[in-house]
Design a protein around this ligand. Structure first.
Ligand code: TPP
Ligand code: MG
Length: 288
């Protein structure tokens, strides 16, 4: 990837991360940890890999995203807003009554959202079905399926993976966000996943593990996944829950956070200031 292109992706990541922080502080609470761990992934998808038309979100030949860990809706909305699927002002309506941006994605409410999710596990089967449809119509579209590591507790994930592997549905790019934490603890203590990558390999997937905060590595892994012939593909993202904001990374209970005390507000404002600087500096560099 050209240096300037990478720089643009980094600016996009900073913008998405900033949007998430602003949105959740405005709402007063929300799923911060699992939103922040996939910021760079969203940046690579919407800044580089996906085929889409924000003016025509239902364009028949578009690629699709299924955010099976639907509680991370805020990061998806940020990416969609940054790419002009809707007015950025919508972000401040997150989870209000009558909003177009409910806390969990709803395909009937938000332009760019192709699958309603939030009940963990279900998005895996939906993506398998979408990929089957693509194959049946002979299309080269892709569906990107984003799954949480805690979500893997749901047996439905493994049924869908078995199906995707058996039918070698390599236009369903399975991406697992291994941030090592779930709702109320680490995955190790709640339900030891052992090696997720080894499990996916054993299920028949071509599997790669990459650092989830590295846009270039994510992009290259997706490019390689697209080169794999006749085998299902899985990318395990090695991530940190709350990534990019030291305070939220270190907070033990960082699944969902209330912005109701001075310490949290101060840490959030500090992070927002830093991101503003990254954005301004990055934009200057992109212009040069
Ligand atoms: C079927 C179902 N059971 C329980 C929940 C409640 N819930 C929401 S998020 C979550 C933890 C998910 O952990 P993980 O997949 O690791 O998400 P991340 O770390 O990416 O936030 C749970 C149990 C749910 N949404 N759906
Ligand atoms: Mg997790």
């Amino acid at each position: 990837m050209e240096k300037s292109e990478l720089q643009q992706l980094k600016v996009l990541s900073a913008r998405i991360r900033l949007d998430v922080l602003e949105m959740l502080e405005k709402r007063g609470y929300g799923h911060i940890g699992g939103s922040l761990s996939i910021v760079e992934l969203m940046s690579v998808l919407y800044g580089k890999q996906l085929k889409y038309d924000p003016q025509n979100p239902n364009w028949e030949d578009r690629d699709m995203v299924v955010l099976s860990k639907g509680h991370a809706g805020p990061v998806w909305y940020s990416a969609l807003a940054e790419k002009n699927f809707f007015d950025k002002g919508w972000l401040s309506t997150l989870n209000d009554g009558g909003t177009r941006l409910p806390s969990h994605p709803d395909r009937l409410k938000t332009p760019g959202v192709d699958m309603t999710t939030g009940s963990l596990g279900q998005g895996t089967s939906a993506a398998a079905g979408i990929a089957t449809g693509f194959r049946m119509k002979g299309s080269d579209q892709y569906v990107y399926l984003i799954v949480g590591d805690g979500e893997l507790n749901e047996g439905q994930c493994w049924e869908a993976f078995q199906y995707i592997a058996h039918y070698r549905l390599n236009h369903c790019i399975v991406i697992i966000d291994e941030n090592k934490k779930q709702l109320d603890g680490t995955t190790m203590e709640i339900m030891n996943p052992f090696s997720i990558a080894d499990k996916m390999k054993a299920f028949g997937f071509h599997t790669e593990t990459v650092k989830g905060d590295d846009e270039e590595a994510i992009n290259e892994a997706i490019c390689r996944a697209k080169e794999v012939g006749n085998q299902a593909v899985c990318i395990v993202l090695d991530t940190v829950k709350g990534a990019g904001v030291p305070y939220f990374e270190q907070l033990a209970g960082n699944h969902s956070v209330k912005f109701n005390n001075e310490e949290i507000l101060e840490a959030n404002h500090e992070a927002m200031k830093t991101l503003q600087k990254v954005i301004e500096g990055g934009e200057k560099e992109c212009l040069n």
